[in-house]
Design a protein around this ligand. Structure first.
Ligand code: AVI
Length: 325
């Protein structure tokens, strides 16, 4: 048994096993598809940092502008006198939320910051840094899946909850998935609890397409890296030069989708599973859904929330919306 096969057997019921199952299932579908959540291995994280720094990728800078320049506006709905828990789903390094945390501390607000992330390592670094930079902050990290940890947070305290889901991550859900995600969130909250969600808005179609098809080709590398990851971790033999990144944006539906196109007729093998690709056949990789203001409001209404306030960046390209149960 070679090392790869051995590794395969050892890990079939772990995270790698789930990765394998999702990849094999996805490539058996028509059209073939891979899940964008698997973009983020070490190389993928690094490429995503480069995307965020690229001149074309505007969403991160827009949301940063909101948190840096409109902090009081963001905070206005949250501060009600009573203590609350400020929960952040997928906190990462909290670059944006740190402005809000500092603002709430400076205005003597009684709250506990509860960052949730699947990476314990990221949380440990975050906690260390915030304890140094905002010494008065009360922080309680929760490592795990968003909704499971949200359930845990509700058992930790009976305080009012404000749940943040930033970074236009909701855009990486198909519209029907966004509905079920928001409904699941709403079911876990109590009347008076709030959510603060970051949405990337519809805008000139070329601006959006360029953001996902940058001239330096970083987004292309980001997508192709998932094929490399499959080769590395699942004993695959994708020839990445035989695939090309292709981006679409439909200004009517707001769906911005990325694909990898097979440049030849070819067969790919992933641990004894064979997949045939026709020339020009695509793998659907990711949706980054863009919203109109009315579409955000409709989503709130469908999932049991009442829209309270939208905070925009100066160009109205991005919105952080506050909804209440
Ligand atoms: C993480 N997520 C919100 C990014 C987006 O804009 O959809 C991921 C991304 N994919 C390509 N570029 C950025």
């Amino acid at each position: 048994m070679n090392a790869n096969v051995l590794a395969w057997h050892i890990t079939t019921d772990t995270a790698t096993g789930q990765f394998a199952t999702d990849v094999l299932d996805g490539l058996r579908q028509t059209p073939k598809r891979l899940h964008a959540k698997y973009f983020y291995d070490k190389e993928g994280d690094q490429l995503f940092q480069e995307i965020m720094a690229s001149p074309e990728y505007y969403p991160t800078r827009c949301e940063l502008e909101i948190f840096r320049d409109k902090t009081a506006e963001l905070a206005q709905g949250m501060i009600m006198g009573d203590a609350f828990d400020l929960i952040e789903l997928g906190a990462g390094d909290a670059t944006k939320s740190q402005y809000l945390l500092q603002y709430l501390i400076d205005s003597h607000t009684d709250f506990t910051y509860i960052p949730i992330d699947i990476s314990g390592h990221i949380l440990a670094e975050l906690q260390n840094r915030l304890e140094r930079e905002i010494p008065d902050l009360s922080i309680h990290c929760l490592e795990g899946e968003y909704l499971a940890m949200l359930d845990k947070a509700t058992t930790l305290s009976s305080h009012r909850k404000v749940v943040m889901f930033l970074g236009a991550n909701i855009g990486n859900m198909e519209p029907r998935e966004a509905v079920s995600f928001c409904s699941n969130l709403q079911e876990r909250l109590q009347p008076g609890d709030q959510v603060l969600i970051g949405f990337d808005l519809k805008k000139h179609p070329r601006t959006i397409r360029n953001a996902y098809d940058d001239s330096a080709g970083i987004t292309a590398k980001f997508n192709l890296n998932l094929l490399k990851r499959i080769n590395r971790e699942l004993n695959g033999n994708f020839i990445t030069e035989q695939f090309e990144h292709y981006q679409t944006y439909d200004p009517v539906t707001g769906a911005c989708k990325s694909y990898l196109v097979s440049l030849s007729e070819q067969q790919v093998t992933i641990h004894n599973n064979h997949f045939n690709f026709g020339r020009d056949e695509v793998i659907y990789m990711e949706v980054s859904q863009k919203y109109a203001i009315e579409e955000m409001t409709t989503l709130a209404g469908k999932t049991g929330f009442r829209p309270v306030h939208n905070t925009y960046d100066s160009r109205h390209w991005f919105a952080d919306v506050c909804w209440e149960v």
